[in-house]
Ligand binder design. Structure first.
Ligand SMILES: *Cc1c(COP(=O)(O)O)cnc(C)c1O
Length: 452
């Protein structure tokens, strides 16, 4: 066996000491989970460890860190103390066993898939997905032998029908981008479980405040932390969260159960499948040791810090944003210049009942509507808004608007756009924390000045 010479830096995945005295609530955990005061200065804010590397204590410890007989920091590509607080905190909020921070949500999606599938394997995915994830699955991964079958997420049985012996994961978004369609995660999780494969859920639009996929049978959660987790539109970042609930030794995932030559013959399931005090965090450890180490899309500690500051107020922002979104959806639904509104919080939405059942705190704060007058009117409208920002992002504290057909989903051809539900008159709103009346004033003046 060749001894691996690559460097590693493996933080201890979840420090449960503080969490063991009491089951703390969401608002408490979003402030405190994962932070252990630094022993030198006892800084209240999480310090930014803007350091590429960490000085070894001694020879024996350097060796132990590299064989992972000891958790410790070595090199910030694979682990950093600031990033670790973010990882532990999001794992606590999602109810998972551990998490991995990455440079972007797209890196999180890529590594999560590579972690379960190799050339010849297949993924079954909802066809209503974020444009970048759709393109990854439809175009980029097939060049490397991983094929995706896309199905209609409104029909849970369609996932079942698409499964084959080669399927290695089902992929859905809790709230689809941009259509705001809700997915019956419970029904799809049962299908995945019966087939012995993980359900991977992109929970970006819901956040753990509105929906915790592990409570409903998902095995892995992925986030674009760029959106609500950071919440202030200042940093790109991504996360993979391990549910700690999937048996990777069921015969379908030999990369977990056979010696890994990338890592001196380590068998990931044996090492991380039932770790004292942590349990099963094999998914995150394998992603860290193989893909983060070899491909390197690490999150900057400075961005981890900004995401942590944002995360402190996640529940408060979401509560307000969902409430305002409901208000604005109702305003638009009653407006003469609006052809239709697609928001699961509206009684005539096909997702209303599912929303009430799975999303009792609300169906998110991103939704779409059709403006009368088609693409030309939509173009005038996005140029007329004053408070809403016309840009390609969601989940900011500031309200945002975009025309998906020409911006976020412009890389799809007309047929694919139709499949994912994008039409020329469709506008997507991401509702922020401004005063609801001010947002309505803005929309009203933009309707008036775009009438032409
Ligand atoms: C933005 C987004 C992504 C990609 O995340 P980045 O941080 O932009 O790389 C993935 N999924 C969803 C649902 C998103 O909204």
């Amino acid at each position: 066996m060749i001894r691996s010479t690559a460097t590693t830096s493996i933080p201890k995945p979840i420090s449960r000491e503080m969490m063991s005295e009491r089951e703390f609530g969401f608002d408490t955990q979003q402030l405190h989970a994962g932070q252990v005061l630094d022993t030198a200065h006892r800084a209240r804010a999480v310090p930014i460890y803007q350091s590429t590397s960490f000085v070894f204590k001694d020879f024996a410890s350097a060796k132990a860190i590299n064989t992972i007989d000891e958790f410790g920091y070595e090199y910030s590509r694979t682990g950093n103390p600031t990033n670790e607080v973010l990882e532990v905190r999001i794992a606590a909020l999602e109810g998972g066993s551990a998490a991995l921070s990455l440079a972007s949500g797209s890196a999180a999606a890529t590594y999560a898939i590579l972690n379960v599938a190799r050339a010849g394997d297949e993924i079954v995915a909802a066809r209503t997905l974020y444009g970048g994830t759709f393109s990854l699955l439809a175009h980029t991964l097939p060049k490397h032998g991983i094929k995706t079958v896309f199905v209609d997420p409104d029909n849970s049985d369609a996932f079942k029908a698409a499964l084959t012996e080669r399927t290695r994961a089902i992929w859905v978004e809790t709230i689809g981008n941009p259509s705001g369609n809700l997915v019956d995660v419970e029904a799809i999780a049962r299908i995945a479980e019966a087939h012995g494969i993980p359900l991977i859920v992109d929970n970006t639009f819901a956040t753990p405040y509105l929906f915790r996929p592990f409570d409903h049978g998902a095995a892995v959660v992925v986030h674009s932390a760029t959106k609500y987790i950071g919440g202030h539109g200042n940093s790109i970042g991504g996360l993979i969260v391990d549910g700690g609930n999937f048996n990777w030794a069921n015969g379908k995932f030999p990369d977990f159960t056979t010696p890994d030559p990338c890592y001196n013959g380590m068998v990931h399931w044996d090492r991380w499948g039932n770790y004292p005090g942590i349990g099963n965090f094999a998914f995150v450890m394998k992603a860290r040791l193989q893909y983060l180490r070899d491909m390197g899309a690490c999150l900057s500690p400075f961005n981890a810090f900004l995401l942590l500051v944002g995360l402190e107020t996640l529940s408060f922002r979401m509560e307000r944003q969902v409430k305002t979104a409901q208000h604005i959806a109702e305003f638009l639904a009653a407006h003469d210049d609006v052809a239709w509104v697609n928001y699961a919080g509206l009684k005539d939405s096909p997702y209303y009942d599912l929303g009430k059942r799975l999303f009792p705190k609300g169906s998110g704060a991103i939704f779409t509507f059709g403006i009368k007058g088609g693409e030309e009117r939509a173009a005038r409208f996005v140029e007329a808004v004053k408070l809403f920002s016309f840009l390609a992002n969601v989940g900011d504290s500031k309200s945002l608007i975009v025309h998906p057909a020409t911006v976020t989903h412009a890389q799809l051809n007309a047929e694919q756009q139709k499949q994912v539900g994008i039409t020329p008159e469709l506008l997507r709103l991401s509702i922020g924390t401004e005063d609801a009346d001010d947002l309505i004033w803005d929309l009203e003046q933009a309707f008036a000045s775009s009438r032409g």
